[in-house]
Design a protein around this ligand. Structure first.
Ligand SMILES: [Zn+2]
Length: 457
């Protein structure tokens, strides 16, 4: 009996020690963990304008997040932007939140902060029992630049004469570097570029007035700096209204028989069906898809002017259709469709050589639906020329071509009824009247003279 009584003691000691040490070990390992929260400041650019919302993500998978503090330091002054405490799930469990995103609005002017350099400071604590229960703490700082002043736009080009469906050029000087600047015409935006003039603050933008934009269209220069401050300066301009020709196109069975089989590949579900229905699909849906494909090509442009002087017109050719002709399509004496012709049709002898209208870089070559075999030339700063219905293409994408250099032969590929060149001019994504660019005097008055007056290049 007595032997048993003696041997109980060490067992009790072990039990007591275990009862004490298990929570101690648990406390030491789990609740005294030493990993601080992870911080990330989300800011697209270091520039803070009139108002900006700062986003901070905090993560602590260990004890959970206790507190987050966000402040701004400018010229030795510290301003609190945000302080937030997060709930605990109890002594043993730690913090409820393991991952949070806090948003702190910053508006330097209402905080009385001047423009200049500053630092964003974020501090976060977790629910670890370390530091006498204060938790692990982490700091993160990020340099920022407060800029609440909008850029100044100084218009150098004085007056702008615009025709409906025509082109224009604006030259302006910016008071600061801006990632976005250019000309707005109605709701269309045309970017301007620096680097053409010796003075890097001088920008040049080519812009267009769509054939549908009338006299009431607003034209202005705009600039937005890195902090998002935006300025607008009204351009001095005059819009000349234009009326566009109406054209009737009589479609024959001969045309359908010759042309439609080739288009069945775009609409295989229509093969064997009505040729008129297929034509309407081609003239509407395919036309729209082709336009979108062309606009994707003209989204990117060389940041220099590659062309010089008047653009060349296909030699010894007759004008078969003009820019923005409003076409009505007849079949069997009935109107079946209406479209607007966004280029000029030029007819010479069949398979005539097609010269580059001006110096440029080949931006596209290939079969483009209703346009058939097509070449698009990039002349820089958003100015493009397009050559369609070709029977032959002798240039490759990326190649430079000189003014007058032969690039291929005219033909009747695509939706062309006879051998001709469909010639188009675009400013970024707007078709403009090519006639202006063929005219030496127009280029001198509206483009070259302005560029020459603006400053050394
Ligand atoms: Zn055409």
């Amino acid at each position: 009996m007595s032997k048993k009584g003696i041997s109980l003691k060490p067992i009790l000691v072990v039990i007591v020690m275990l009862l004490i040490s298990i929570p101690a070990v648990w406390l030491a390992i789990i609740r005294m963990e030493g990993t601080a929260p992870a911080l990330k400041i989300e800011l697209e650019s270091p520039f803070i304008g009139a108002s900006r919302t700062l986003s901070v993500s905090v993560e602590d998978t260990g004890s959970g997040i206790r507190k987050v503090w966000v402040g701004l330091l400018v010229e030795g002054r510290e301003v609190e932007l945000l302080q937030r405490a997060f709930p605990s799930s109890g002594f043993f469990a730690g913090g409820k939140e393991k991952s949070v995103v806090v948003k702190a609005p910053v508006s330097p002017q209402s905080l009385g902060l001047a423009d200049g350099k500053g630092v964003i400071r974020v501090v976060a604590w977790d629910y670890s029992l370390r530091k006498w229960g204060e938790g692990n703490r982490v700091y993160l700082e990020k340099e920022i630049q407060i800029d609440t002043k909008a850029p100044t736009i100084d218009l150098i080009s004085r007056s702008h004469n615009l025709a409906q469906g025509g082109s224009g050029a604006a030259i302006y000087r910016l008071s600061e570097d801006c990632p976005v600047s250019g000309v707005t015409v109605g709701d269309q935006f045309y970017p301007g570029y620096a680097g053409y003039f010796k003075d890097p603050s001088i920008h040049l933008a080519f812009f267009a007035l769509d054939y549908q934009q009338g006299k009431e269209t607003r034209v202005a220069a705009i600039a937005e700096d890195f902090a998002g401050n935006r300025s607008t300066a009204g351009l001095v301009y005059h819009i000349n209204a234009r009326s566009f020709r109406k054209d009737a196109i009589n479609l024959s069975d001969g045309f359908f028989n010759a042309k439609m089989p080739d288009f069945e590949r775009y609409f295989p579900e229509m093969s064997g069906g009505s040729r008129v229905d297929l034509f309407l699909k081609v003239n509407r849906e395919l036309r729209r898809k082709d336009s979108e494909a062309i606009y994707r090509v003209t989204e990117r442009t060389e940041k220099k002017i590659l062309w010089d002087g008047a653009f060349l017109r296909l030699p010894r050719s007759a004008n078969r259709a003009r820019f923005a002709d409003h076409r009505t399509y007849f079949y069997g004496g009935k109107v079946i469709d209406r479209q607007v012709h966004m280029g000029v049709d030029l007819a010479s002898t069949a398979h005539s050589p097609v010269p580059a209208a001006n110096r440029g870089k080949v931006a596209f070559t290939g079969d483009q639906g209703i346009y058939g075999n097509t070449i698009i030339l990039d002349h820089g700063f958003g100015l493009f020329t397009l050559y369609s219905h070709l029977s032959q293409i002798d240039v490759a994408e990326g190649q430079m071509v000189e003014k007058g250099e032969s690039m291929g032969k005219t033909g009747m590929t695509g939706l062309a009824g006879g051998d001709h060149l469909h010639y188009g001019t675009l400013i970024h994504q707007t078709y403009v009247n090519p006639v202006e660019w063929w005219d030496d005097a127009w280029i001198k008055n509206n483009i070259s003279a302005k560029i020459d007056d603006a400053g050394p290049r």
